[in-house]
Design a binder for this molecule. Structure first.
Ligand code: SF4
Length: 334
């Protein structure tokens, strides 16, 4: 007696409305679904929500970390940027290529996504969806269940692994039909389309451009791009000043071992991370001036600021701040 082979698929799962709905549609066709969540260095969609969505639907959940390879794509995307520094087509090619590796690793039959034809200008137009499919080596093996009926048939459908008639024909920017379907299918857990991808944010993009221009030590360095005020002192040194307790704590947690921590000896201003090895007194004094500028001593005489290397927290020393005028401030602000 031969038993019917279980069809296995890898689904890209951000935990948002579309990818969650796509996972539910494919799962309900009897497919063994492995949801892959891509973790951006600086965070993006809520991973906990994506995990909850996977649990609720009853699919497996795997996280893949985007790292230096991704940053190099952000530096020079073959298909260009969207509104800011978002290389959407190349971003998808990279993610889908990695998901394809995972698909081969677990012996899955195909990949699917929650893409909807015409929903996003850069990456969900018919031709860019084709580029992504070909660029990631997934020709015929990339299923878009939410709009499959509007696209060319995939091998997955032609080979009878999935019945095309059970797939959807959604298009455009409105999400009304998806919301109706989530209610019908009892999907209650998904990420709301909140802030979205930080690469589409112009302030974040300026910081990213600076980081890629002056270099980074590893992808963890880019995590801190989302916190604090950023200053480029010279090509070797950059300062990040926390704006509140949460940012101060986060910046401390992600400081590199070669960085220097600076703050008042008492609670009078933010914590500053001076990035770059072995700063001289001139650099330290400028960084101290930044702390003073954002403290209640802004218009007072230069203050004394404590500093110590991340790698030697007992080696606390003091430096007098250089007062930073508006012109200097504008020059170094990122
Ligand atoms: S919006 Fe951001 S995460 Fe989404 S495809 Fe574009 S670059 Fe990638």
């Amino acid at each position: 007696m031969t038993s019917k082979k279980t069809i296995k698929a890898v689904g890209l799962l951000s935990g948002g409305l579309d990818s969650t709905l796509a996972a539910k549609v494919v799962k309900d066709l009897g497919v063994d679904v492995h949801g892959v969540y891509f973790s951006m260095p600086w965070g993006c969609c809520d991973k906990a929500k994506a995990f909850e969505a996977a649990q609720k639907i009853g699919i497996k959940f795997i996280t893949l970390q985007l790292d230096e390879r991704y940053l190099e794509i952000v530096r020079k995307p073959k298909h260009g940027y969207g509104s800011a520094m978002n290389p959407c087509v190349d971003c998808r090619i990279h993610m889908f290529s990695r998901a394809a590796q995972y698909m081969r690793h677990i012996g899955a039959d195909f990949i699917f996504t929650g893409e909807v034809l015409g929903q996003r200008q850069m990456s969900q137009l018919r031709h860019s969806m084709k580029w992504v499919e070909e660029g990631s080596g997934l020709t015929g093996k990339l299923l878009r269940p939410l709009c499959a009926q509007l696209l060319e048939q995939t091998e997955v459908e032609k080979n009878g692994l999935i019945d095309r008639k059970k797939l959807l024909n959604l298009s455009g920017r409105s999400r009304r039909e998806q919301i109706r379907l989530t209610e019908e299918l009892n999907i209650t857990e998904y990420n709301q389309p909140a802030g979205g991808c930080l690469l589409t944010d112009k302030n974040f993009a300026r910081r990213m451009t600076d980081t890629l221009q002056y270099g980074y030590r590893n992808f963890r360095e880019t995590i801190a791009l989302k916190w604090g005020r950023h200053f480029r002192i010279n090509k070797d040194f950059k300062a990040i000043l926390g704006r509140n307790d949460d940012e101060n704590t986060s910046l401390l947690r992600y400081a590199h071992k070669d960085d220097t921590i600076m703050q008042f000896s008492y609670n009078a201003g933010g914590t500053l991370i001076l990035k770059g090895p072995q700063p001289n007194s001139e650099i330290l004094s400028i960084a101290a001036g930044l702390i003073q500028r954002f403290s209640k001593f802004k218009n007072e005489a230069p203050q004394e600021i404590n500093y110590w290397p991340v790698a030697d927290k007992n080696n606390i020393q003091t430096i007098k701040a250089t007062l930073i005028n508006d012109a200097q401030f504008d020059k170094i602000k990122i």
